[in-house]
Write a protein that binds this ligand. Sequence first.
Ligand code: PHE
Length: 340
Amino acid sequence: MDKSLQEILQEAAEKFAAAADSHALYEAKMAFLGKMGRLGALYKKLKELPESERPAFGAQINELRRAIEERVAVIEGMLHARELSARLEGERVDVTMPGRRRRQGTLHPVTRVKNMLIDVFAGMGFEVFEGPEIETDYYNFTALNTPADHPARDMQDTFYLADGLLLRTQTSAGQIRMMEQKKPPIKMLSPGRVFRSDDDATHSPMFHQMEGLVVDKDITLCDLQGMLDEFARVIFGKESKTRLRPSYFPFTEPSVEVDVSCHACGGKGCSLCKGTGWIEVLGAGMVNRRVLENCGIDPDVYSGFAFGMGIERIAMLKYGINNIKLLTENDVRFLEQFKD
Ligand code: PHE
């Protein structure tokens, strides 16, 4: 090989040996073998030579190319091996490290209270019935003795849908569906979501209610209070008592608000019960004769009581939760407090 070409080979070998990684080696390789590199220049020079000198010079350039390629290949092999082992080292898995634990979830306080309520009433022989969340105006209002022009409709801000449908405002709609399907004796518990256009610290547009309905011969308000006393003892503690106050619902007559003695102060009066010793927890009453008639049940033979409570409200009272939004935000720090 010509001396000047040998110098190029020498220079290439030094550059390749100095390459720190395969990227640097590639750059160096292109500087010699690339179109714009040193060999490129030699090929250009070849074209300018007189024809007679071209074969010999061409052979020399080819020899130089092969020699350079050989050297590149050797260094390339070394660098690849080095880089591969560095990568394997970096990605090595330490099998002795502790695994990622799955955190165990907890039942949501609303679910928890719902289950407790079902337990209390299932123990008394109630069966669970879940009605639809999208209801007809008939089941949610009219059959419950609340026709379209009835002022009591204003008690509940309703989300109306098309074609006489609405999002049920109360689980009471389930009473009608049950009484249409089944003749007395009836003992039904109906938990589920209800919807009202209402939104503040203690009201949310979607919340849960639990409805109870008993229809049979000789059912009285005393039966209602007896069952609610048992409910209060299980949910709020053994010493709890209930008290009935007159109220109004179109589908019950008489209607009552049910208060439970304050579980925080035992009835002495505190900030939770606003000094009264009592907390209002639910609405109830004797099923209105008209409602029984609407369902084809003879009110002269049968009587019944119904009650309805907000599950969020019971959960908030039971656990001392002061904002209903905490129940829908699902902040894990909040929910974790309800572990068994
Ligand atoms: N449905 C009533 C409400 O949502 C509660 C209720 C149910 C009252 C059953 C009486 C009887 O306010």
